[in-house]
Design a protein around this ligand. Sequence first.
Ligand SMILES: *Cc1c(COP(=O)(O)O)cnc(C)c1O
Length: 390
Amino acid sequence: MQKRIYMDHNATTPVSPEVIEAMYPYFRKIFGNASSVHFFGREAKKGLNNARKNVAELIKCSPEEIIFTSGGTEADNLAIFGIMKANRKKGKHIITSQIEHHAILNSCKILEQEGYEVTYLPVDKYGIIDLEELKYAIRADTVLISIMAANNEIGTIEPIDMIGQVAHEHGIIFHTDAVQAAGKFPIDVNKMNIDLLSMSGHKLYGPKGVGALFIGKNIVVSPLQYGGHHEHNLRAGTENISGIIGFAKACEIAKRDMEIDNNNIFNLKKKLYNAISKSIPEVLFNGHTEKCLAGTLNVCFKYIEGESILLSLDNEGIAASTGSACSSKSLEPSHVLLAIGIQPEMAHGSIRFSLGKENTEDEIDYVINKLPDLIEKLRNMSPLYNKQPS
Ligand SMILES: *Cc1c(COP(=O)(O)O)cnc(C)c1O
């Protein structure tokens, strides 16, 4: 059988066996509706309460501050629309960044169409926002600052504690999209001045279609969907108990294994990084070397298209990405790479390797073995490359 190597963990992760095991009873034995008063319902409710505790522990909030959602996208939507709707009296201005996930950017676009105003902060060449520019963008009618904790394409980690501090000094609510960050480095919402935080199950070895929004005690949010009195009236709909149980188990495991997993993953990335820089000329690594997710390596191979690299890698059984899974269907260069100042031609040649806890050194060796020839072959076919004076 052909080798299959998965290096696209920022798009999604496999579900941990421990997670599947935890979910299993909730399909037939404990299948009740958590709102029902009978035994089946009470058992489901017990599971739900426990799950809430586990998720809360990962980000050091209290369980009542966790609202379960259908994933990161819904958590982001609930934060953006829910806060702006609930705080209309204060104003219509939001501050975010140019490198956010589309769940944030497209929500902001819709709000702009409805008469809200959005400031999209630029970032430096590493993808980090400037705190002075943030302060400069603040207005009397600024309601919300939403800046991601870690970027999905280049892995850059933002100074969220400082951003939160600036927000609070000005009486502004701070939301962070921590879908890529949660479970990968320690988060303490109180110490980091975070009012709202988005998470997703399938980015941390839990199931797809489940996530959460942390909403701090004093923060008022308007619901986006109406129905029963679930999730403190903020998210109507029968709870996805099995999914929530799996997500919570994944959070528990992430908290338990964070340090060791991170070390292993970082060592694998270092090996891949060293091999690429040694054996392939004309490459450019994107993002910050230290303030970066342990497993994310985004690299531009000059003179060739990311799409063709991706297909050649796929041919060898290696799964990577050209950036965000959402933009891979369009031919637009990544908005994140453009924001860090990469030229469009160059941005087209970028590949994101995102490593996970199940990757092995052998797999890295396999990739290192294939990659130089593969790049060389593609470059030899590239008119851009052949035009270069030798
Ligand atoms: C994946 C992702 C999302 C969306 O989460 P889903 O659970 O897939 O809806 C949002 N923000 C970031 C940074 C992500 O990486």
